[in-house]
Design a protein around this ligand. Sequence first.
Ligand code: ASP
Length: 589
Amino acid sequence: MRSHYCGELTAKNISEVVTLCGWVHRRRDHGGVIFLDLRDREGVTQVVFDPDRAESFALADSCRSEFVVQVKGLVRARPEGTVNPNMNTGEIEILGHEIEILNRAATPPFQLDEHQAVGEDIRLKNRFLDLRRPEIQQKLRLRSKVTSILRSYLDDNGFLDIETPILTRATPEGARDYLVPSRTHQGSFFALPQSPQLFKQLLMVSGFDRYYQIAKCFRDEDLRADRQPEFTQIDLETSFLGQEEIMSLTEGMISNLFKEVKDVDLGAFPRMPFSEAMEKYGSDKPDLRIPLTIETVSDLMTEVDFKVFSGPAKDANGRVAALKVPGGNSLTRKQIDEYTKFVGIYGAKGLAYIKVNNKADLEEGLQSPIVKFLPVEVRQALLDRVEAQDGDLIFFGADQTNVVNEALGALRCKLGADLDLYTCEWAPLWVVDFPMFEQTSDGGITAIHHPFTAPSCSPEDLKANPLTALSQAYDMVLNGTELGGGSIRIHQSEMQETVFGLLNISAEEQEEKFGFLLDALKFGAPPHGGLAFGLDRLVMLMTGSASIRDVIAFPKTQSATCLLTQAPGEVSEKQLKELSIRVRKPVTE
Ligand code: ASP
């Protein structure tokens, strides 16, 4: 139906007669001449209809926004003074000869170029219109380019694309499962995969050696800002490669992607142990674009006459830490109050600070509500520790270690953004040497990565010191976002049983839930390991989007619903009966 895309026409096409198909982006009536801006996925072209051709002029005049039309006309140079350098097609216009209205459109609920003023709910409800916006089309096109480049990298490196089931058993990654009732086995349920983890390990046992899949994963979590109940992973697994080899292969994959898509050279990714990340950045995904670091000062505070500091300083699970903001003493009282409120979100009970006006004068040169509690020697040691200069501000966190880390870690990122402290555009790194387990609030332990991750020690040592044992897990982090994570896996059933045991999974439960894995590990499982990248987050970063919803064609809302299709929805009595399901009234507050 078309000879060209609207957006591809340039001065080179002048004097050609072309046929275009697309949507009426805008219609303007300029004193007897009708302008239609015609849009398709490649861009917008201006078409002019003059009254000489009465029939097409009348049709063009009757067009409204989002009508679908076919236009035939002559490409000509725009009259002098009307060239638009901001448009690809800004040098030309089409003199419309013929127009056919292929379909009419009701008045759209919002103008496509005025989306900013429109609530996201309205846009998501009318996603088919929202997706017409050039901005979002670009993002989805970039996403398609990303997957295509990743696929060819993996194909070139000998990976096989193999699909794994969606209707399956629970694949634990630490979230709640989405369940699907079975009609043929009433009372039994499938779980949607939280990841293809166990299947990809089984593929290694089967000898496929290198697997990848662009896989949908499902996790029924209470949604935080950048989560979706279903999301996409670039999932991969390899046999007979060690941690270093897997890291270098996947680092190569991401570097190559950034080079091809953004012409950015990411350089070699530094490696940072988990303990250092937590200590210096308060996070296992540090944003290294921001030059601020967190310094432990607990040892200076054990004897001070200020319980808020001395309490956590003396507590084995507590921490007193300082975050120096160079030049930060220009922050106002109001700003500091706002940061105090901000750290409250992370459980911090306050935000002590010292403004360093003159470091040579430890009596008058330090401005702070708390400095009176600190002996002069402590003040000096503190300034030395954080290498304070005149004009700096020092924030403090004093609490349980995890509260201090979370609060100061988040504050560090917020200051980085608010004060625009970024030193570079892209800061990738690997975080390594994660602990195997962490303590849960009920006194038990849980796997930090997942229960199939290999520890760095023997089963005996693991049993003896589960909480200090390290794992062979690794995360790739970019600009404070976890891009991907993986590990070397347990490939021997004895070790797997040890880990299950430590996680308090009884022998029966192990057999019932993971019998197939334990069996597989007994039949010649090779050493193997892999990793999964979050595609949505990767594309979000690459497109500079504020939310992963902007890079997913049909995303769900924060409350896990689809406003477009109104899913989840009720089902008929008949369907429920077939499944032997009776719905109790939902529990209301
Ligand atoms: N299955 C893991 C995840 O979804 C990734 C991996 O260990 O390969 O986080």
